[in-house]
Design a protein around this ligand. Structure first.
Ligand code: NAD
Length: 357
């Protein structure tokens, strides 16, 4: 079968990690008899240089005509002096909006082989860690009304947190569907003891849960959730939360897995459409030096196969191959410790590809 993928290599290490991921996907295609058709498009700094804007209309059109989007990273020092609304990173907001990406999935998976990189005590994460943060991506305070006004205390600024029932319902459904494929536990995180929008959030999540009798639902306040994340992260399976709480909680969750070079993510729209990208940025400090860890992007491609194309066995195959390469002791510079085998970006991609047989 043919699968259409829009490729956005972007800037910095983006093109390097995407190139390795394409190698891995092609090997999967060969093994399982699929054809992945890639269309390379511009976004970010390279798009500014070539077209004058960070997100050309052609890129949006090609993404919309594809089954999924695989993105490297955007941004870099060359464009840091541009005004905020013209910077490469604006392309990400534009893509989210144009493609209707309302759910952001960030798995935090601690590989046994990398347990040393986890900043928590070994006993806290013994036996590994495997959770997913499902963050609402297009609503809440980041997109609510904002402005300035005069108050008794002088000039003030405000941002409004607002959620429509439907926005909460659709993200809750993503979380419960995900829990059904995992360990059947959802933790909804809010601040319902203070915020009206959180009380609505909690009520709608509870309503959705009725359709998933096999899934256990817990509610936690955000302050408690951030504490639990470092006290006992193994209690979590799927966490669902608002845009701002998810922004913070997913960074905390990724930190406990130790390396930014290992973390994939997915942003999903209605239906199966999604954009897949590593959590890290364009790492200009190591770009073009064969030093970037390509695993986060390779694991993002595995998520793409699983969530957009429904190819679970193929996704498992990629994840197993990544684990095998780590278990064999190969490490890119970000993970290197004495006694392990140092490899560059290309070698890491080749090793994963070679394991898939
Ligand atoms: P960054 O994630 O690019 O880099 C942070 C640190 O982690 C750097 O030391 C970098 O070398 C290292 N690192 C990141 N990815 C790595 C990998 N795969 N392998 C090995 N080491 C890796 O974050 P930053 O330095 O804050 O941002 C750099 C640029 O990227 C900025 O222009 C920023 O706006 C942009 N950015 C883009 C995205 C995105 O495209 N989604 C996300 C975050 C930042």
């Amino acid at each position: 079968m043919n699968y259409k993928i829009a490729l956005i290599p972007g800037d910095g290490i983006g093109p390097e990690v995407v190139a390795e991921t394409v190698k891995v996907l092609d090997k999967i295609g060969e093994k399982y008899g699929h054809k992945f058709e890639y269309t390379k498009v511009l976004a970010g700094g390279c798009a500014i240089d070539e077209t004058g804007g960070c997100l050309p209309q052609e890129t949006i059109d090609i993404c919309k005509a594809s089954g999924a989007v695989l993105l490297g990273a955007v941004g870099g020092w060359q464009w840091d002096t541009l005004p905020g609304d013209q910077r490469p990173e604006r392309a990400l907001l534009g893509l989210r909006k144009e493609l209707g990406l309302f759910a952001n999935l960030r798995p935090a998976l601690l590989f046994d082989e990398l347990a040393d990189a986890c900043p928590l005590k070994p006993e806290i994460v013994e036996g590994g860690l495997d959770l997913v943060v499902v963050r609402e991506l297009t609503g809440g305070i980041y997109f609510g009304e904002k402005g300035f006004k005069d108050t008794d205390l002088g000039p003030a600024a405000y941002d409004i947190e607002q959620y429509a029932e439907e926005e909460v319902r659709r993200i809750a459904i993503v979380a419960f569907d995900m829990a059904m494929k995992r360990n059947k536990k959802v933790t909804s995180v809010d601040k319902a003891n203070v915020l009206e929008s959180s009380r609505l959030w909690r009520r709608i999540v509870a309503e959705v849960s009725v359709d998933y009798p096999e899934v256990t639902l817990d509610n936690l306040y955000i302050d408690n959730a951030t504490m639990q994340m470092v006290r006992n992260p193994k209690q979590f399976d799927v966490i669902v939360t608002s845009n701002i709480f998810g922004d913070i909680l997913s960074d905390e969750a990724s930190m406990i897995t130790g390396s930014i070079g290992m973390l994939p993510s997915a942003s999903l729209a209605k239906g199966n459409f999604g954009m897949y990208e590593p959590v890290h940025g364009s790492a200009p400090d190591i770009a073009g030096q064969n030093k970037a860890n390509p695993m986060a992007t390779i694991l993002s491609a595995a998520m793409m196969l699983r969530y957009t194309f429904g190819l679970s066995a193929e996704a498992d195959d990629i994840e197993t191959a990544v684990k095998k390469v780590l278990a064999d002791g190969y490490r890119t510079p970000d993970l290197y410790t004495e006694g392990t085998k140092a490899v560059g970006t290309k070698e890491a991609g080749d090793l994963v590809t070679a394991v898939i047989k």
